[in-house]
Design a protein around this ligand. Structure first.
Ligand code: NAP
Length: 479
């Protein structure tokens, strides 16, 4: 039996003893085995979180903050081991895996600091003494995806722990080992039994068990819009507060005043992280007509030169797609675009990397893209850059906003007036202006429209795990 689910401070297996294998997406080799748990184990995890909740909420905030800082320090100490494990099961290059550990740590640091700022408020109302109190919402459930397996969990654990919530967590089936490694560090940092609990296994059964349990008062999910909808429907009975961090389909607009070399630099940095398997990476490139040819030729040259392979090789910039379904989707999107009239400037096919699985895709630039193409309407989640020309700002903004998704967008311009108006004009939760990395721990991160709702990061992330209680008192002595 594999005993690496965490329930009430104990490392346990599934009730049946069943396990499932975790594979390295580059080599196909088995890198681990984890419990294949279901509803019964998920319910026991809630029991543990429920039983631990009063004591955890009652602890001084400073003590919880110190524990978060201890966990961050431990992650720093074990950074190299964690990064190697992350690369083994997820495939991203080691440099990106290290950056993910640092990003995860920043959530523990920022949440520890932000928790010191949570205070009651006393709005002034004539004849009454009002106190607006913030209390932890209670047991919080979280389900996370495979593309940033440590950071996505950290984004949910850090604010919940900081404000005094206990948690039940389920990582993605492709990447449970990184999640387990994070929880091991939490236990080693002194986080008490029951405060964080982790179950791996049947996603529908585990998710349903948590939605059906009225003790779970918060449900935070990061993943596809499709699963987000299932969870939202499931939440209708017990009405836990929801945060849904769902799919993205970011546009990048390069305006006529941009320097092409700088625009290409930004595109490369934002697009190819994690092989394009990033919810905020640009998926639609809108380029002003005057810059289009130069931009495309430079982007194609730079993209074609990216090296693919096993993430442990320091030369490698592009790892494998996570699984066969992922590479098949990328292939299908390119084929659909070509059939509908797009031109492949570079890439467009699988790339054979000697000695490894057939999971690598060539960095691809497509021109002449239109709204009818799947790559223009759906998230491709791969190293594909669909490009389209625009002539004026109104057209660019209309095309950028013509999507059901609204997570991130990118703009390359130096026009101050244009930048000032973007917050009202672009319908996304995050806007990077000349900035390929707008996601940092101290600021709100989240989407609009079908990209979901709720925010992670900074004090805004903590608010998601707090409920407001208004205490309205009339002073009898003064009557
Ligand atoms: P996914 O298929 O939705 O899976 C995400 C998580 O949901 C996994 O843990 C999965 O478990 C679980 N799950 C699947 N079916 C479920 C069900 N019926 N009930 C409860 N849980 C269920 O998404 P993914 O393919 O892993 O991740 C890629 C997607 O995540 C992309 O759309 C990407 O844009 C999005 N994403 C969004 C953000 C953001 O912040 N907005 C960040 C990162 C990724 P199993 O793995 O066991 O199936």
């Amino acid at each position: 039996m594999t005993e690496n689910n965490l329930i009430n401070g104990q490392w346990v297996g599934s009730d049946s003893g069943a396990t499932f294998e975790v594979h390295n997406p580059a080599t196909g080799r088995v890198v681990g085995r984890v419990p294949d748990a279901g509803a019964a184990e998920a319910r026991r995890a809630v029991d543990a979180a429920w039983n631990a909740s009063s004591a955890w909420a009652g602890r001084p905030a400073i003590e919880r903050a110190q524990m978060l800082q201890a966990l961050s320090a431990r992650l720093a100490e074990d950074r190299e081991d964690l990064a190697r494990l992350l690369t083994d099961e997820q495939g991203k290059p080691l440099a990106e895996a290290r950056a993910e550990i640092d990003y995860a740590r920043s959530f523990f640091e920022v949440s520890a600091q932000a928790s010191a700022l949570i205070r009651d408020e006393t709005p002034s109302v004539p004849g009454k003494k009002i106190r607006v109190h913030r209390r932890p919402i209670g047991v919080a459930a979280a389900i996370t995806p495979w593309n940033f397996p440590i950071a996505m969990l950290a984004k949910k654990m850090a604010p919940a722990m900081a404000v005094g919530c206990t948690q039940v967590l389920k990582p993605a089936e492709q990447t449970p080992l990184s999640a387990i490694a994070l929880l091991e560090r939490a236990v080693a940092s002194g986080v008490p039994a029951g405060v964080v609990n982790l179950v791996t296994g049947d996603p529908a059964a585990i998710g349903a068990a948590w939605l059906e349990d009225s003790r779970v008062r918060k449900f935070s999910f990061t993943g596809s819009t499709e699963v987000g909808r299932i969870l939202m429907r499931g939440a209708a009975t017990n009405l836990p507060r929801l945060s849904l961090e769902l799919g993205g389909h970011a546009p990048m607009i390069v305006f006529e005043d941009a320097a092409v070399d700088r625009a290409v630099e930004i595109a490369m940095a934002a697009k190819f992280r994690n092989g394009g398997q990033t919810c905020i990476c640009p998926n639609r490139f809108l380029i002003h007509r005057s810059l289009h040819d130069d931009f495309v030729s430079k982007l194609a040259n730079r993209s074609a030169a990216l090296t693919s392979g096993h993430g442990h090789d320091p030369e490698v910039v592009l790892g494998p797609m996570i699984d066969d379904a992922a590479i098949e989707k990328v292939e299908a999107h390119v084929a659909d675009a070509v059939e509908k009239g797009a031109t492949v400037v570079t890439g467009g096919r699988r790339r054979r990397v000697e000695g490894f699985q057939d999971r690598f895709f060539e960095p691809t630039v497509l021109t002449g893209c239109t709204s009818h193409m799947r790559c223009w309407r759906e998230e491709t989640f791969g190293p594909v850059c669909p490009v389209r020309i625009f002539d004026d700002q109104a057209e660019a903004l209309a095309l950028a906003n013509d999507s059901d998704f609204g997570l991130a967008s990118y703009v390359v311009t130096n026009d101050e007036e244009r930048i000032r108006r973007l917050g009202d004009e672009l319908r996304t939760g995050i806007i990077g202006v000349n900035d390929p990395g707008p996601a940092v721990a101290g600021v709100p991160f989240g989407g609009v429209k079908h990209s979901g709702f709720g925010r992670e990061g900074g004090r805004w992330g903590l608010e998601e795990y707090l409920e407001l209680v208004t205490v309205s008192a009339i002073d009898l002595a003064s009557r």
